[in-house]
Design a protein around this ligand. Structure first.
Ligand code: E4P
Length: 219
């Protein structure tokens, strides 16, 4: 499973890259605003220089012509840019056109298997089912990943499942079990993946036992 960081924060991306396990980045307009980005183009370029892997950059336009035009500009920034397009009728139409042009896309705001199927038929590179937001309204985000996996495998769609709106480590593991190709997560969740209290207790005990041993052999 590939790990993407769901952020526009350059420091977080640098730290995650340093772990040696980061495969890409996803952003959205909310995350760009949160990071205080004033020049999106140069910001996307910086992200692409830090991480070697796909970087999702979302269009702001919502009509077909403008989305295709914006997508071309975004795709021109760097070969690793994947253009994020919303799951609306004009978005699906734009994905179909961009796919013909060889521009890679990530269809965002996926909340149903029907939406994922439409995006895959249009030739999306990725679909992004939003787990956390589904769970928030009492639905089952992981069940959606399983449904999409089954459908894509039934028909041999190459569209990759990018589990998004991840809120905690259990979402990452359940997405992996359900066969998602990628999980995109906030930096906090990536850090939480390392944690287990028994690891901390175990390490502390190993070191203290060894210190005691050294003291006893040197005294
Ligand atoms: C996906 O690419 C989105 O950027 C993101 O995962 C949305 O997550 P949220 O529901 O925490 O805003």
């Amino acid at each position: 499973m590939r790990f993407f960081l769901d952020t526009a924060d350059l420091t977080e991306i640098q730290e995650a890259v340093a772990y040696g396990i980061l495969d890409g980045v996803t952003t959205n307009p909310t995350l760009m605003a949160k990071a205080g980005v004033s020049d999106p183009e140069s910001h996307y370029r910086k992200i692409c220089e830090i991480v070697s892997g796909d970087v999702s950059a979302e269009v702001i336009a919502t009509d077909y012509e403008a989305m295709v035009e914006e997508a071309k500009q975004l795709a021109n920034i760097h070969p690793n840019i994947v253009v994020k397009i919303p799951m609306i009728p004009d978005g699906v139409k734009a994905i179909a056109t961009l796919s013909q042009l060889g521009i890679r896309t990530n269809c965002t705001l996926i909340f149903s298997p029907a939406q994922a199927l439409l995006a895959a038929k249009a030739g999306a590179t990725y679909v992004s089912p939003f787990l956390g937001r589904l769970d928030d309204i009492g639905h089952d985000g992981i069940a959606l990943i399983k449904q999409i996996r089954l459908i894509f495998d039934n028909y041999g769609f190459e569209t990759q499942i990018l589990a998004a709106s991840i809120r905690h480590p259990k979402h990452v593991i359940a997405s992996a079990e359900a066969g998602a190709d990628v999980a995109t997560m906030p930096f906090k969740v990536l850090q939480q993946l390392f944690k287990h209290p028994l690891t901390d207790i175990g390490l502390e005990r190993f070191l203290s036992d060894y210190r005691k041993h050294l003291e006893s052999t040197t005294s």
